[in-house]
Design a protein around this ligand. Structure first.
Ligand SMILES: *Cc1c(COP(=O)(O)O)cnc(C)c1O
Length: 432
């Protein structure tokens, strides 16, 4: 008999209550595709005609978007490939609340239009009282483009040869600035630049002096750089790209610049990222002199760089709310990390997994503080578990060192230890 004639019709399968429900959650196209694939399998004889609905249900994705939440056990606090800063629960909740219609540009009391992003801007201004004004754009690169466009198109930006930084993925700050029509005027040398070098280069064509924090590399040896206080008397604005987004001094990262200190030492404008050490959503922060911030905010380009309401909500909650995960990881007590690693390794070893707890060294990552080593603890596993852990559910990403897979707990929130344990058991094919 022709097997194909027994394969149930599409509308009959789609009427299965589980698939109706999934259609509402995931979209009809996704469900139809799963049904078509299951019908194909039945035509091939891989499954029986009565199993088509079950097979379609089993093949459905769990979410409408395929981006998957991952456990970061790399020990790299700000992992660019894993989406940089994980948001706090408060920030996630704020984004969910803002997802529908929200008063993003609307004053509920008067019914009139209100300034977009005022709540996030107020929170940022409150966090950095030294800044006379603030503005938020899409990311730090956008903040730099906006400043360069508003203050230096057709003019010169003075920058040290030691600060011509490649941010990552082939993007370079000098190229970004030049793309605005500003001319870069390099001063000093790779290893040493003095205040005199800047002073000699300042002229009528100077738009501003730019200091860029070398956030992802270090040069050592015979080095020297002019600091902000030495550059404030040149008669042109001093703009400082601090990179990481620290708003105030962080004692654990003494070499990392922060917005408050920079403005206090005379910077006219500071730019920073929202999703590095600040621990918030992708955003670019502009802080400093009111007239300069206003010129940036009023520039037509500002409209193309503005952030959406979800970012505004998450940024405000990050600034006003509980300590975000990046700061928690940075400040985690090493003794507690050692205890967590020991407990996890003991439970895994107890069911036959080749697991042991080992000391580890975590890092801030591309987001800042190069060379800073944070004492940590890890669970050491056979290297062959790396792939099944990465492709498991949830995916767990560790790092391989000396032919062992290390799961560094500094970047794993304590409440995820159970997930890590279950993931390892599944990867090692041990019944939990
Ligand atoms: C990360 C970084 C940037 C780029 O920031 P984005 O927010 O990713 O655009 C620019 N400058 C410095 C110094 C950085 O560290």
């Amino acid at each position: 008999m022709d097997r194909r004639r027994l394969v149930p019709r599409t509308d009959a399968v789609l009427a299965d209550p589980r698939l109706v429900e999934a259609g509402g959650r995931l979209g009809r196209q996704v469900v139809k595709a799963a049904v078509a694939a299951a019908q194909d399998r039945a035509r091939q004889g891989e499954i029986g005609p009565d199993d088509v609905a079950d097979a379609a249900v089993a093949a459905l994705p769990t979410r409408a978007a395929s981006l998957r939440p991952v456990v970061n056990a790399t020990g790299v606090l700000i992992h660019t490939n894993l989406g940089r800063a994980p948001l706090s629960a408060a920030a996630v909740e704020a984004m969910t609340a803002a997802a529908g219609p929200a008063d993003v540009e609307f004053d509920l009391a008067t019914g009139a239009r209100a300034r977009r992003g005022r709540n996030a801007a107020e929170a940022l201004a409150a966090a950095v009282p030294a800044a006379a004004d603030v503005h938020v754009v899409n990311n730090n690169a956008a903040a730099l483009v906006l400043v360069a466009t508003a203050l230096a198109t057709g003019r010169e930006i003075l920058i040290s040869r030691g600060e011509l930084v490649e941010i990552g993925d082939g993007f370079r700050i000098p190229d970004l600035l030049a793309s605005t029509g500003a001319r870069l005027r390099e001063v000093g040398t790779t290893n040493r630049t003095s205040a005199r070098d800047y002073a000699d280069a300042v002229g009528p064509a100077t738009g501003f002096v730019l200091k860029v924090h070398p956030s992802n590399f270090r040069i050592e040896g015979f080095t020297g750089a002019a600091e902000v206080p030495e550059l404030t008397g040149l008669g042109v604005p001093v703009v400082v790209d601090i990179g990481s987004g620290l708003l105030a001094r962080e004692p654990l990262l003494p070499a990392e610049p922060d917005a408050t200190t920079m403005i206090g030492s005379g910077a006219d404008l500071v730019t920073a990222s929202g999703d590095k050490l600040l621990g918030g959503p992708q955003a670019g922060l502009l802080l400093g002199r009111a007239d300069l911030v206003e010129r940036c905010r009023r520039h037509p380009l500002a409209r193309a760089l503005r952030v959406d309401k979800l970012t505004l909500a998450a940024l405000e909650a990050t600034l006003r709310g509980p300590v975000p995960p990046v700061s928690q990881a940075l400040h985690a007590d090493p003794a507690v990390l050692v205890r967590r690693a020991a407990a996890l390794a003991r439970r895994l070893a107890g069911v036959g997994v080749d697991a042991r707890d080992v000391p580890s060294t975590a890092a801030v990552g591309g987001g800042g503080a190069p060379g800073v080593r944070l004492p940590s603890a890890a669970v050491s596993l056979p290297e062959r578990l790396a792939v099944p852990l990465r492709t498991g559910d949830p995916p767990v990403v560790g790092r391989v060192e000396h032919a062992r897979l290390l799961l560094d707990l500094r970047t794993v929130p304590p409440e995820h230890d159970g997930d890590v344990e279950r993931a390892v058991l599944a990867a090692a094919e041990v019944r939990g």
